[in-house]
Design a protein around this ligand. Structure first.
Ligand SMILES: Nc1ncnc2c1ncn2[C@@H]1O[C@H](COP(=O)(O)OP(=O)(O)OP(=O)(O)O)[C@@H](O)[C@H]1O
Length: 275
């Protein structure tokens, strides 16, 4: 179990994450919601140590995340694969090589630089792409793919790290509704089939409601809501998204994912069949 105890992170006078305590049980799919600047990205970055907490404790079993360095820190980052809004693929490399880059944490940088991958790694990368319905694009340059396809390549790359946790920082913020659905369904299917904990920041309430078992609402660095989607009442939504000038939050403004369509279901079925 991943545990955060009284975790605080400051940037100058800004308290990005303010005295947050929470636990993440293995295998949960958790959506983190809140206004821009609420502290969602910082929370994820503290977990995989792209940022270091100023105060508090982050632990996973015996691992004290704040005190990790060197090889142990690299191993922890491999365990907590990160997915970003802008995909972070190497555009000029083909899709398969981009997925194999996920092995850096385990294989080291040199074999990856010279594209010296084992047959097992190549087979695993091809299988990961097949699960994400992208095998036929394996030899294309990454920048020839659509945004949604690139994000699914990023998920395949994350799977190569054999993570126990996937941290997704606004994974669908740059995508149209159809691609957003495919990406969220891919994350959900991997969460359910592989029992990988998924913690994902989401701008949209409907995505959090549709795909997550648990929703954490942040405001001004604090956790102001932590519960199941059905516990998210309109007064809670107001507390998470509202500010002192607003009387009511228009929930439709926090929505980009339209009603589930056939394309999304097809993507999910493919993932399930390929597993
Ligand atoms: N590297 C940094 N340097 C200075 N301030 C930062 C840094 N990272 C975050 N902040 C500040 O910390 C606060 C929380 O930022 P964070 O990015 O975690 O919020 P967020 O909820 O993820 O917002 P968004 O949805 O816009 O990404 C903001 O006020 C932000 O300006």
């Amino acid at each position: 179990m991943l545990e955060l105890r009284n975790v605080t992170k400051r940037f100058g006078d800004t308290i990005a994450v303010n005295n947050v305590s929470t636990n993440f049980e293995p295998g949960q799919m958790v959506g983190v919601i809140g206004r821009s600047g609420a502290g969602k990205s910082t929370l994820l970055r503290l977990i995989n140590r792209l940022a270091t907490a100023d105060e508090g404790k982050i632990t996973s079993g015996e691992i004290d995340v704040r005190s990790l360095s060197g090889t142990q820190l690299r191993a922890w980052r491999a365990r907590c694969a990160m997915i970003f809004q802008q995909f972070n693929l190497v555009n000029r490399l083909d899709v398969l090589t981009n997925v194999l880059i996920g092995r850096i944490g385990n294989a080291g940088t040199v074999p990856v630089m010279f594209k010296h991958f084992s047959a097992t790694d190549r087979a695993n990368a091809a299988m990961a792409l097949d699960r994400l319905d992208l095998l036929s694009q394996a030899l294309q340059r990454a920048d020839t793919l659509s945004g949604g396809q690139q994000q699914r390549v990023a998920i395949a790359r994350a799977l190569m790290q054999k993570p126990t946790i996937i941290l997704a920082d606004e994974p669908i913020a740059s995508l149209d509704p159809r691609n957003a659905r495919l990406v969220m369904e891919a994350l959900r299917t991997i969460n359910q089939q592989d029992k990988i904990t998924v913690i994902t920041n989401l701008h949209t309430l409907d995505a959090a409601r549709a795909y997550c078992d648990r929703i954490i609402g942040m405001a001004h660095g604090h956790v102001v809501f932590d519960g199941t989607p059905d516990m998210l009442t309109s007064s809670m939504i107001q507390q998470i998204y509202g500010d002192e000038h607003e009387t009511a939050v228009d929930e439709s403004l926090t929505s980009t994912i339209a009603a589930t369509g056939t394309a999304g279901q097809a993507g999910k079925r493919h993932l399930e069949a390929a597993h």
